[in-house]
Write a protein that binds this ligand. Structure first.
Ligand code: A2P
Length: 282
């Protein structure tokens, strides 16, 4: 994010009423997020406990002995005492070190063998130490979730799994599995991403141009973006829309004054293409 834009956007978001902030060390703006939260607390607009901050453990930090120091680094950058949720960002581990994407001489990512269950135990210890109120995962499939859920001596289940989820990628099977296990699905790219070709599969069409979403929006005097977000929350999926535009930040919050009918929900569900925008090819 351009320098400073995150600070301003988070402050506008908090003023608008947003409380859940999805962050990560690898977004390189946690210092701005922390500053925005602290400024809003100082203004008396919110208390720390009103905010729900989610931080993420990056791939180079999976070895269990790195987990707590990595979270402590995030807390230091945020200048906060705890995160509300700490999640394993991806199920695959990269070679530990300063490089976020460690590569060999051929430009290939250097992976690292770790035991996800051992990483999870270190996450549990962070919760016990009060550094994270809750712990979860991200980009985990059913098999990876089962590995944690079936771990002998499991102390805490993942409370959530953050995955791509929107009308073109509705994740029906994973959603059902997570429902059965009381794991909340947090849907990223709920608006179909920024379509940045460096990391987005742009061969899948733009979500917000979809005729069905636009037609339904017209009926309620809402935009396709608002319909997409409403669809997700109505099926119990948490949404984390991203915007650095004040008007769109506010627009994305105006989704609590209308509801979609069952027929409209079915129509939108039928848009599923089972194609990811975020392929995570690494
Ligand atoms: P901008 O920051 O200029 O608003 P996602 O949340 O799926 O990752 O999508 C983020 C992208 O969608 C960003 O490019 C953002 O751009 C854009 N965006 C966010 N809110 C809206 C909206 N209400 N209408 C159209 N585009 C939006």
């Amino acid at each position: 994010t351009p320098k400073g834009s995150c600070l301003e956007s988070v402050k506008i978001a908090i003023d608008t009423g947003y409380r859940h902030i999805d962050g990560a060390f690898v977004y390189y703006n946690e210092h701005e997020v922390g500053q925005a939260i602290r400024e809003k607390i100082a203004e008396g607009r919110i208390k720390r406990e009103d905010i729900f901050y989610c931080g993420k453990l990056w791939n180079t930090c999976h070895p269990p002995e790195l987990v707590r120091p990595t979270l402590e680094k995030t807390l230091k950058i945020l200048q906060l005492d705890y995160v509300d949720l700490y999640i394993i960002e991806l199920p695959m581990a990269f070679k530990p070190g300063d490089a976020i994407y460690p590569k060999d001489e051929n430009g290939k990512i250097i992976y690292h063998e770790t035991d996800l269950c051992a990483t999870w135990e270190a996450m549990e210890a962070c919760k016990d130490a009060g550094l994270a109120k809750s712990i979860g995962v991200s980009n985990f499939n059913r098999r990876q979730l089962e590995m944690i859920l079936n771990k002998p001596g499991l102390k805490y289940k993942p409370v959530s799994n953050q995955v791509e989820c929107h009308p073109y990628f509705t994740q029906p099977k994973l959603l059902e599995f997570c429902r059965q296990h009381d794991i909340v699905i947090v849907g990223y790219s709920p608006l179909g991403t920024s379509r940045d070709e460096t990391w987005v599969n742009v061969s899948s069409p733009p979500l917000l141009k979809d005729p069905v979403l636009n037609a339904i929006g017209k009926k309620y005097n809402k935009t396709a973006a608002q319909v997409a977000l409403r669809f997700s929350i109505q099926r119990g999926v948490v949404v984390i829309p991203k915007s650095f535009n004040p008007q769109r930040i506010r627009e994305n919050f105006q989704i609590f004054d209308f509801s979609l009918t069952e027929k409209e929900m079915k129509e939108i569900e039928a848009l599923n293409k089972n194609v990811r925008y975020v392929e995570l090819l690494m």
